[in-house]
Design a protein around this ligand. Sequence first.
Ligand code: ADP
Length: 323
Amino acid sequence: MRPTGNLHLGNYFGALKNFIRLQDNYDCYFFIADYHMLTTHPNPSDVQQNVKTILCEYLACGLDPEKATIYVQSSVPEVCELYMYLNMITYVGELQRVAAFKEKVRQNPNNVNAGLLTYPTLMAADILLHRATKVPVGKDQQQHLEMTRDFAERFNKLYKTDYFPLPQAFNFEGELVKIPSLDGNGKMSKSYGEQATIYLIDEGNVLKKKIMRAKTDEGPKEKNSTKPVEIENLFSLLKLVSTPQIVQQFEDAYNDCSIRYGDMKKQLLEDMNVFLTPFRERIKELSANDDYLNKVIAMGADKARESAIKTIKDVRSIIGFRA
Ligand code: ADP
């Protein structure tokens, strides 16, 4: 993940929750994408701090540096070499068609840099650098994963090899998830709608305001009617943090038109607080422990570079360079 803010519920349920389950059974690599962050030209003094924030939040979610390799992207510069090789086999047209690129161009027409265009090849390099087979992501990243598979396949074909496995987007529940935003508009995301995004560190009045202001309608007029998207979203969020019994109780109330959204939001707030409190506490503890965080970063860099150096050596030899 790019260190450009705090982790939100979408990051947790789309990616982190699956990472944590994977680390017990697989050789896992998780990283903080600080090269990717440069597309938006961050202030140098913020870079370090942003990396620390995300690292604390990763660890607070349960990523374990003893089980998995957790590293900062810029401590493994080998990824840049693979990124360059992949750019050589990538068509400008296919990059221009990427939904996320088109959206960024729409949002920031004055900053359409080449890094933004080639974001998917760097992302593919991140994945292929460790010859990954499974990538835990949310539904929003499906297109990037498909591209990574295309690049891997293209490389394999060009050089008549099966060196790169074709990585699959992965979720333990089977389906990739999309956590909705609180305003009824698309996915929860730090890029749009601060007020519609619940962060793992949100608490007190901040959290209360976000939930109580979530968009709703006037309520169902007919029994068993289909829910409008903003109400469906509220139910989706309730399902993440409340018991099935509580969810059923509000489903029944919706279906017989007796639902009061104020009550549902109060319940969501209460259960969200119970869910988020342990994260917040761990994040606070970890942020005060720079020695430990630095140790985690150094350990991750060593492990990740070992794997990266091996891949680059192999790739150079496949391409025909002296390895
Ligand atoms: P970046 O910081 O690189 O832009 P994002 O914050 O967009 O990354 O996403 C990081 C991870 O969180 C990705 O695996 C993405 O699929 C997942 N994710 C982000 N938002 C959501 C969401 N609303 N629902 C499900 N997964 C999400």
